[in-house]
Design a protein around this ligand. Sequence first.
Ligand code: UDP
Ligand code: MG
Length: 323
Amino acid sequence: MKLISIVVPVYNEEVNIRHFYEAIRAVMEPLPYTFELIFVDDGSTDSSRSILHALEQEDERVQPIFLARNSGHQLALTCGLDYADGDAVIMMDGDMQHPPEMIPTLLAEWENGYEVVQTIRKTTEGVSFIKKATSNLYYKLLNMISTVPIQPGGSDFRLMDGVVVRAFRRYREHARFIRGMVGAMGYRQKKIEFVAPPRFAGVSKFSPRKMLHFALDGILAYSTLPLRFALYGGVFCGFVSFCLFLHVLFVKYIENDAVPGWATILGCVLFFGGFQLIILGIMGEYIGRIFEETKGRPLYLIARGKPKDEANGGPSAVGARTK
Ligand code: UDP
Ligand code: MG
């Protein structure tokens, strides 16, 4: 029987864990799969840990991993993906905002041959107008500057085939925006929409500071455009200074109306202003490339073919074959 791993990052979710566990059992047990439920405790300070220890004793399918400190939702998810053994892995939140009732649909699409089944949050019940508006605006901006399309409303509730999970493990950058990364990986992806209910209990663990951090990671991980501002600005200023310099020459030689030294000073200011920005821009281009290289991302991902069992995992799949 195929094994399904369910990866759930939890941070101070004492009021939700048991309820979530029961909901997963109710959905998974009638299905023709075995499953493991990997809770990644992201440094909880409430009783989440003892609840997870108790569950682990009661049910061997529950396999919690305890992180040493709060590392954030994206890294907790990454840890779960690193240790999931399933033929497919489903990642979801532990607060019931990612409805467990949708799991059979995700699995059905997987059986249809899709390697990634991505859910798209159409709306979230009970979310403020401001949060919706800023989220829309953010995705518009992100898509404008990003090199890969990023799905608005894309959530971290998705199924990934084992091959995709092994490929994903090779992405080791620290600042990560998993929804963008998975979207850009390719493979056969299926999108399904859902309406997120309000969380079952407790409050959101995403403080405005964490949200901002996450938003910035999205922009900086997907675009080196901000670095290019200096270059564009430099070229623009260069052009403007050139026009201004023509004006200076005009005032000095045609109108003969300039204080001695004025033209030289202005000429220098204009020239160096533009010149410095252009040099900054060029440095930005190099930094952008260093940034891309330091991520150490795989050169390509194999969906199927030659490397067989080490598909997308072993060195031979990294494009580093020695023979
Ligand atoms: N979470 C986590 N680490 C954090 C913040 C959140 O593991 O630093 C977990 C949290 O317990 C939940 C999921 O990530 O299972 C989504 O968080 P939350 O529901 O607070 O986010 P929201 O739905 O409000 O965006
Ligand atoms: Mg939530």
